[in-house]
Structures are given as structure tokens and as C-alpha cells.
Design a protein around this ligand. Structure first.
Ligand code: HEM
Length: 76
């Protein structure tokens, strides 16, 4: 339905698919910890930690794999 924050996994382009993957990863974090102040307090720690940033990349890659499959890898 149109009010859903995630109405579809279908995207026009792989780049939009990647953006959706980032949104899904962030949504999972915010669903788990809804306290925005807490998120802002913890943000500098992960933003300046190479291992955390690599972890973030891996989580997005997993969402992207699902989205790409749902979109049949944007084959014409
Ligand atoms: C900002 C991705 C996990 C807290 C951002 C931004 C991205 C991002 C792309 C920059 C947004 C922009 O400037 O437009 C992710 C992904 C995550 C993740 C993909 C997990 C896989 C977390 C966690 C926390 C967090 C674990 C807190 C514990 C924040 C906050 C900001 C932010 C507070 C806003 C910073 C600001 O604008 O001042 N995140 N993040 N994120 N993230 Fe994350």
C-alpha cells in the first residue's frame, strides 16, 4: 500500500536499488533503537571506525543482493 515505507523492492536502476539497500539497513538500525538522541551519540564512533564502516558496507551489500535478485538484475 502507498502508506507503507517499503511498498516495493522494484527499482528503475541499480543505483536506485543501492539507495534502497542503504535505506533498509538504516531502517533496521532505527527500528531496533528508535531513540534518535542515542543514535546521534553513537554515530561518531562508527563513522570514525574503519571496521564499523566495512561492516556497514557488508550489511548494505546483503540488502542489495536481495533487491538485485528481485529486480532480475535489471536485465532488459
Ligand atoms: C548517518 C548509513 C548504522 C546513526 C548515516 C548516513 C548513512 C548511514 C549513509 C549519512 C546520511 C547523510 O548524510 O545523508 C548507515 C548504515 C548503517 C548505519 C547503512 C547500518 C548498516 C548506524 C548506526 C547508528 C547510526 C548503528 C547509531 C548507533 C547515524 C546517525 C546519522 C547517520 C545519527 C546522522 C548523522 C548526521 O547527519 O549528523 N548513516 N548507518 N547509523 N547514521 Fe548511520
Amino acid at each position: 500500500d502507498a502508506d507503507s515505507w517499503l511498498p516495493t523492492l522494484m527499482t528503475e536502476t541499480p543505483q536506485e536499488g543501492f539507495d534502497l539497500a542503504v535505506s533498509m539497513a538504516r531502517k533496521a538500525v532505527k527500528t531496533t533503537q528508535p531513540d534518535v538522541d542515542a543514535l546521534h551519540k553513537l554515530r561518531p564512533a562508527y563513522a570514525h571506525d574503519p571496521g564499523s564502516l566495512i561492516d556497514v558496507s557488508g550489511v548494505v551489500a546483503e540488502y542489495f543482493a536481495t533487491i538485485a535478485e528481485a529486480n532480475d538484475y535489471w536485465r532488459e
